[in-house]
Design a protein around this ligand. Structure first.
Ligand SMILES: [Fe+2]
Length: 382
């Protein structure tokens, strides 16, 4: 499907965002200007330990805004954590939310926001455009560069009972403000830097080949891929370099602007299934699936995949297919192994394919995939 109709109607939503060194210090001013009197600061124990929740707290206190910290958030945020957070939101009389952390606290914060105004179970909002009431104001301070939850209209919440991840997609989930500061990224360990960087790359690639892409999202997707190809290898050598960290943050921002509006595809549908069943790191699942999904999708968007391959593989001596370029790139970042290395077993493939097949992210994959074809991709990635 290389021919796309550029005249087809498309909309584009994005939050207000401030990017640069010191953006984090603006949290208090923005909270005050948004009318927050007492807010829920959603974070996780890891982010608290390295001091970023405290730094945001200082900014809030300076601006005269009080807060309650909620940090019972696990790496793949669960429905129960969202509902417990909403209870704290109500009992503490909050009228706004600040999220500090990676995708998990930010997605959890988005969930708490929509539950706080409706009182309904978070899982009842599953799907596209199913949030009827606007949530309270939300400020995001990302401490990773990849999830783009601070930009996007997506929240991914774990349904523990069903062992699946639920995608909630709505304009109501676009934060009011995102404060993009490179400094918090310097405390990310190497694995998290790599996994979140690959997540951003996957967002950009899937948005670029998405059948809901547009000239506006293409612009952001391509710039994101360009930035990632240059900055990711360099930042692993120089993790304290703020300019390089900022480039990865920009890559994530561009990817977020692209995928929030063009959506993603089969890699995400399949990674969500893996995350739901095995509770694995999202970025790592993407990394191990991406090249196989590109192979399966290639004929449906060959010109676009070739362009991705040309950007990401710039400087390589010999020609490689786009899937080969992506595989070489992830290996150059130190990601080796396969899905079985992560503990995935063949007998679970039908159940994984079943979950991926009904994931809303599959709707924008450049070609229709059957359950059997999804199973085959898992097989190849095993
Ligand atoms: Fe993602």
């Amino acid at each position: 499907m290389n021919h796309r109709n550029r005249l087809e109607l498309r909309k584009f939503v994005a939050p207000e965002f401030v990017c640069g060194q010191g953006a984090l210090d603006l949290a208090g001013r923005y909270a005050h200007n948004l009318g927050m009197r007492h807010l829920l600061l959603v974070t996780d124990p890891g982010v608290r330990a390295v001091g970023w929740a405290e730094a945001v707290g200082e900014s809030l206190t300076e601006a005269g805004v009080s807060f309650t910290i909620y940090d019972s958030v696990s790496p793949n945020p669960r429905a129960g954590e969202v509902m417990a957070g909403a209870e704290v939101y109500w009992s503490e009389g909050c009228n706004g939310i600040v999220a500090v952390g990676g995708g998990s606290p930010m997605d959890c914060a988005k969930g708490i926001g929509i539950v706080s105004v409706s009182g309904r179970d978070i899982l009842s909002f599953e799907g596209v455009d199913r949030v009827p009431l606007p949530p309270p104001p939300l400020i995001c301070v990302p401490t990773t560069a990849g999830t783009s939850a601070d930009i996007s209209q997506f929240a991914i919440i774990g349904d523990e009972e069903g062992r699946r991840k639920v995608a909630i997609i709505s304009k109501a989930l676009v934060p009011d403000v995102s404060l993009l500061d490179p400094e918090p990224l310097t405390t990310m360990p190497r694995d998290l830097t790599v996994d979140s960087g690959i997540d951003a790359l996957t967002h950009a690639i899937e948005a670029y080949v998405s059948n809901a892409s547009s000239p506006i999202t293409d612009l952001h997707a391509l710039e994101s891929i360009r930035l990632t190809s240059k900055a990711m290898p360099a930042v692993l050598e120089n993790p304290d370099d703020l300019n390089l960290r900022f480039s990865t943050l920009l890559a994530s921002l561009h990817a977020g602007l692209a995928f929030s509006n063009a959506s993603v595809g089969a890699v995400h549908a399949m990674a969500h299934a893996l995350g739901g069943v095995y509770d694995l790191a999202h970025g790592r699942c993407n990394a191990l699936l991406l090249e196989y999904v590109i192979e399966a999708n290639y004929e449906a968007a060959s010109i676009r995949y070739d362009r991705i391959g040309a950007i990401l593989g710039q400087g390589q001596d010999e020609w490689m297919s786009p899937a080969g370029v992506v595989a070489a790139f992830r290996r150059s970042l130190g990601i080796s192994g396969t899905l079985s290395t992560l503990g995935v077993t063949r007998d679970m493939i039908p159940a994984l394919a079943e979950r991926a097949y009904v994931d809303p992210c599959l709707a924008t994959n450049p070609r229709d995939l059957s359950r059997e074809e999804i199973e085959e991709i898992y097989e190849r990635a095993l």
